[in-house]
Design a protein around this ligand. Structure first.
Ligand code: GLA
Length: 415
């Protein structure tokens, strides 16, 4: 008797705790205010850049008119500093009345009218990291209901001003509360970033059940050093992180800063390519009103986006770190395709890296290669030696399609 009862209880727990919103089967894409616009609330002296409904409407206009939306960039996400310092008379969060006079629901409508989605930000503690009202345990239900009532599509739950015990209760509780609203709301959890990002403190299997994506590590800043530190951490811990990711659950190395001030063109390509290899969410934090066409071309690169959005959703890995400071990354894609990135940590001059697909563990056969940034194609056998020239701090990115495998393998049934 006891066993079936236990089973029923486990199943019930399973259904209530799992975030079954069916969202984000591929990494979410869009725009997020934080890295570029921070907590600029000075609408008097800096009306173009302050956190206000105008900023989000401007970005929505750009996303829908400049070809971004069609490529998948559909989320327009508010971050910190959007709210009033006080809850309303019913205890609900409310937007700052001066900066968001129309309110969040109207802003969500603006997004939906354009085929876009609106994301919003909250914090599991007493306050947000920027000092605005938080969503501690006793406010979780009411805030989830408020976001649903406003027709918000995504929620980032930050972790300032709460302890580990509160987080352990709060993040699953919010998942449940969002589910209970009946509205599909993508759920981004900052929880692991506050626990050091690694087991045993972080339980990735559980996170995958309750969140759609999660920040694992420190905030990105507008510099190449910051991008490199993130790359080092994510690929240094790839054996822990790769199994955590899959359709509906993604590691989030933080925003794309392509189009801002800190990266050269080569470094911008590197961030885009490595984020695609990582199956990372692609949230740009830049000014889409003034972005250069070269940065735009990188962010709108169809081939890199297709790689990022591959339906298998397998996060890629670093497969080689050469003494020459060339590193090779690989991601398996659907239909037996794959992507390769050759990345240079050198600071001298373009490096001519010589290798073969065989040396990179490709099975015997012929492969059709397309360079993701030049769109040049070539055909290579696994045994063919080739040279790629990789710029300092830059990448060469390839996508590979198998065109023929040696017959012996087909007979063995490896095809
Ligand atoms: C934390 C988060 C950032 C951003 C800020 C806002 O630092 O990690 O992404 O949301 O808070 O204050």
């Amino acid at each position: 008797m006891r066993f079936p009862l236990l089973l029923v209880v486990t199943c019930l727990l399973g259904t209530t705790l799992t975030l079954d919103n069916g969202l984000m089967r591929t990494p979410p894409m869009g725009w997020l205010a934080w890295e570029r616009f921070r907590c600029d609330i000075d609408c008097k002296d800096d009306p173009q850049n302050c956190i206000s409904e105008n900023l989000f409407r401007d970005m929505a206009d750009r996303l829908s008119e400049d070809g971004w939306r069609e490529l998948g960039y559909v989320y327009v996400n508010i971050d910190d500093c959007w709210s009033s310092m006080n809850r309303d008379e019913h205890g609900r969060l409310q937007a700052d009345p001066m900066r968001f006079p129309g309110g969040i629901k109207k802003l969500a409508g603006y997004m939906h009218d354009r085929g876009l989605k609106l994301g919003i930000y909250g914090d599991m503690g007493t306050h947000t990291c920027g000092g605005y009202p938080g969503t501690p345990l006793d406010k979780i239900e009411i805030d989830a209901e408020t976001f649903a009532e406003w027709e918000v599509d995504m929620f980032k739950y930050d972790g300032c001003y709460s302890n580990a015990t509160e987080k352990e209760k709060g993040y699953p509780l919010m998942s449940k509360a969002l589910n209970a609203t009946g509205r599909q709301i993508g759920y981004s959890c900052s929880w692991p970033a506050y626990q050091g990002g690694l087991p045993p403190k972080v339980n990735y299997a559980m996170l995958g059940e309750i969140c759609n994506l999660w920040r694992n590590y420190v905030d990105i800043q507008d510099s190449w050093g910051s991008v490199l530190a993130i790359v080092d951490w994510f690929f240094g811990n790839q054996d822990v992180l790769i199994p955590a990711a899959g359709p509906g659950r993604w590691n989030d190395p933080d925003m794309l800063i392509v189009g801002d001030f800190g990266l050269s063109l080569d470094q911008s390509r590197s961030q885009m390519a490595l984020w695609a290899i990582m199956a990372a969410p692609l949230f740009m934090s830049n000014d889409l009103r003034t972005i250069s066409s070269s940065a735009r071309n990188i962010l709108q690169n169809k081939m890199v986006i297709i790689i990022n959005q591959d339906p298998l959703g397998i996060q890629g890995r670093r497969i080689l770190q050469e003494k020459s400071k060339i590193e090779v990354f690989w991601r398996p894609l659907s239909n037996n395709n794959s992507a390769l990135v050759f990345f240079s940590r050198r600071t001298d001059m373009p490096y001519r890296y010589q290798t073969s697909l065989g040396k990179l563990n490709y099975t015997m056969g012929s492969y059709r290669i397309t360079d993701a940034f030049t769109y040049k194609t070539l055909t290579l056998k696994d045994t063919t030696n080739f040279v790629v020239s990789v710029n300092p701090t830059g990448v060469v990115m390839w996508s590979e399609r198998v065109i023929m495998r040696k017959r012996i393998q087909v007979q063995e049934g490896h095809d």
